[in-house]
Design a protein around this ligand. Structure first.
Ligand code: EPU
Length: 431
């Protein structure tokens, strides 16, 4: 199995650039299916999840090609299939986004259920309810969702306010964009990635108001025009580097970011004792010694993001005191805690979704295994703070969500490299 090797002890210094957002780009790729023509997407990160989604678009009949580095051209004029292949949906949950546009444009979508995941049970029942509210007949047989509608009709849809589901907001908006009449989506998510996607729909000709609020109004039916869009900077990649600097006591400038999208994270970094300064497109963090303990609770945007909770856990593991960390979005996002414990962290779980971290002076290197994208990044960070050489198995999880992670870290002083060959399963992901 391919692993990342991290040698602990170096402080990170310098400037690190952030690429386009994974979770911002995936809905843009799906939205291109609504356009009978060309879509150009800039700032596309070179990561496995994006490549998987491009493979999905091609399997449905779209033509996709990179016309410049990180600039993708998609022509979805000749879509010939409304059936998403299982082997692609199975690789990542974001591929379920093709359901909304296929249903809206062709009146039918067959998409296998993405299933559960290593970060918890992740049903798509809210997506089904949304499609049904828009007039589709939805059934699940043999693990495949089959949705049909001669014409979708706008409706008032109340999403579950306790979930604030990003994926549901996106999939329903994709379907509603071509539906007849007005859709009012209440309790919509307002993550920056969702807002970027909504702006793309508007720029392509959809009649959308309430962008960036929890009530989205979509007057459907407009033909969507060819357009050009740039994905937003990846705030999770940016946050990962900021935590890397905090954990190693470094001084790092993270560039090509939108600081306004990261306020909850920046507040936590300041509470941990770091100096944080922001410019228009950068954040500089200057950390001093061991971080102070900070309690954190994940929440939908603008709250503290679940995707940075594992990095926060690593920080809490070496902080000068006790931190309580509560996960409110996913029920198995603390899988990384067992691995951290093996490195000497003092973590007591309170149920499955909260943990008390008593900071230790130093983590000790040992072999650990990542089980999801964010846990992989966090365990590499733990390795950078640990005494000795840490081997993080499951490098392909990093490749799903981080573009050039080791190279970027190495350029700012980390000792981190890759070892071993991808096994057959990993090669499938990397294809
Ligand atoms: N949920 C349901 N039913 C549904 C949909 C969601 O119960 O039909 C629940 C989920 O199980 C979860 C909560 O609602 O408990 C929120 O899930 P959400 O739908 O918001 O998550 P998602 O759209 O599947 C996206 C990101 C995740 C990120 C979450 C939360 C993409 C492709 N994925 O997932 O990113 O953690 O929003 O912000 O955008 C990652 O990048 O590593 C990652 C996991």
């Amino acid at each position: 199995m391919e692993a990342i090797i991290a040698n602990g002890g170096n402080q990170l210094h310098g400037v690190v650039p952030v690429g386009g957002s994974k979770n911002g780009t995936l809905p843009l790729l799906a939205a291109s299916l609504l356009v009978e023509g060309e879509t150009i997407i800039e700032n596309v990160p070179d990561i496995v999840d994006v490549r998987t989604m491009i493979e999905m678009l091609c399997a449905l009949g779209a033509e996709c090609s990179f016309v410049a580095p990180h600039t993708l051209r998609i022509d979805a004029t000749n879509i010939h299939s409304v059936s998403a292949p299982y082997d692609l949906v199975n690789r990542m949950r974001g591929s379920f986004y093709v359901a909304g546009p296929l249903l809206a444009r062709f009146g039918e979508a067959r998409v296998p259920l993405p299933g559960g995941c290593v970060i918890g049970s992740r049903p798509v029942d809210q997506h089904f309810e949304g499609f049904s509210a828009l007039g589709a007949e939805v059934e699940v047989k043999h693990g495949v969702m089959h949705a049909r509608a001669s014409r979708l009709r706008g409706a008032r849809i109340m999403l579950d306010p306790h979930l604030r589901s990003v994926g549901t907001t996106i999939n329903i908006a994709l379907a509603a964009a071509l539906a007849e009449g007005t859709t009012i989506l209440e309790n919509a998510s307002r993550e920056p990635e969702v807002v970027c996607f909504q702006r793309f729909l508007r720029d392509a000709g959809a009649d959308i108001s309430g962008i960036g609020t929890t009530t989205l109004v979509i007057k459907g039916g407009n033909h969507l025009e060819s357009s050009r869009v740039a994905s937003i900077p990846d705030r999770m990649e940016a946050g990962t580097f900021l935590y890397a600097a905090l954990i190693t006591g470094g001084d790092l400038t993270v560039q090509n970011v939108r600081p306004a999208d990261m306020e909850a994270v920046l507040a936590v970094l300041r509470q941990a004792g770091a100096e944080v300064a922001c410019g228009q497109d950068y954040v500089r963090i200057c950390a001093k010694g061991r971080p102070l303990p900070v309690d954190a609770m994940t929440a939908p945007y603008p709250g503290f993001p679940t995707d940075l909770q594992p990095c926060h856990g690593v920080m809490a593991a070496i902080a000068r005191g006790v931190s309580c960390v509560e996960e409110t979005i996913f029920d198995a996002r603390f899988n990384y805690a067992d691995e951290l414990r093996r490195m000497g962290a003092d973590i007591r779980m309170v149920g499955h979704q909260a943990a008390i971290f008593r900071g230790v002076v130093r983590l000790m290197a040992c072999p650990v295994e990542a089980t999801d994208i964010r846990a992989a990044a966090a365990l590499v960070l733990a390795g950078l703070a640990a005494q000795g050489q840490t081997e993080v198995a499951g490098a392909y999880f990093l490749d799903r969500g981080y573009d050039n992670f080791e190279a970027k870290l190495t350029a700012v002083g980390a000792q981190v490299y890759r070892q071993g060959e991808p096994d057959a399963g990993e090669q499938l992901w990397l294809a």
